[in-house]
Design a protein around this ligand. Structure first.
Ligand code: ADP
Length: 211
């Protein structure tokens, strides 16, 4: 599913402020039939976790690597793609769109007709534990942090990406909310079985979630 071969990333290469964040990273996430792995990347702040995740995502300036090769589904990464979905720590919903419209956004980009995409978004709204009646028409500013991350997860999973990239998605949540979100994520992962790349600096979280 994902392969790193001798991957090195030097930011600002060739300049006075050049900095090598990761050096010669090698790993393989096997493609198992009908089962995605739940991979946790664990380490202290600044050790290069986001650099690795964003290289998988194909996001600049991490992409392209300075040296080595990043393969996703057997092909070199050339940029972002629909096979990979990303959930960030910061709340990334569109402020001017309702919860339902935010969840339906990716389907809209894909040209799915309005009725169908809103129906599908409503199903996902329920799956992530939001209330179709009470929450669908709210705007992000009216939601708690946990609810916003539920929207972010629904918005990503509705597109059924093969690989889900999560950069400390629960880092800003209080401990009880965080625990509930971890359980929700496991539940959804069992249902869809994507490969999940989950970044955290919490040992407990990595042990609890990771394969
Ligand atoms: P982590 O996710 O483990 O906290 P990062 O991958 O974000 O670590 O960062 C690894 C190192 O690379 C850090 O020292 C950070 O300051 C540096 N770094 C990250 N992004 C950039 C960038 N765009 N330009 C220069 N240095 C960067």
């Amino acid at each position: 599913v994902v392969q790193f071969s001798g991957v090195t990333k030097t930011y600002n290469a060739g300049r006075a402020n050049s900095y090598t964040a990761i050096r010669d990273v090698n790993f393989v996430i096997e493609d198992l039939p009908d089962k995605g792995e739940f991979v946790c990347v664990l380490g202290p702040s600044g050790c290069g976790k986001s650099t690795i995740l964003r290289l998988v995502a194909g996001l600049e300036p991490q992409h392209p690597p300075t040296e080595g090769r990043v393969l996703v589904l057997g092909r070199p990464v050339t940029g972002p793609g629909a096979d990979r979905g990303m959930v960030f720590q910061d709340y990334t919903s569109f402020d001017h769109r309702t919860v339902l419209e935010n969840i339906a956004f990716g389907l809209e980009c894909r040209g799915v007709p309005k009725r169908e995409r809103l129906d599908r978004a409503m199903v996902w709204l329920g799956k992530v534990g939001l209330s179709p009646k009470k929450d669908a028409d709210k705007y992000p500013s009216e939601l708690s942090g946990g609810m916003r991350q539920r929207v972010a997860i629904a918005r990503t999973l509705i597109l059924e990406p093969k690989i889900i990239l999560m950069d400390e998605p629960f880092g800003a949540l209080d401990p009880p909310t965080r625990a509930r979100m971890q359980d929700l994520l496991i539940e959804l992962w069992r249902e869809q079985s994507p490969t999940v790349f989950f970044i955290t600096h919490s040992i407990e979280e990595a042990v609890y979630l990771g394969d």
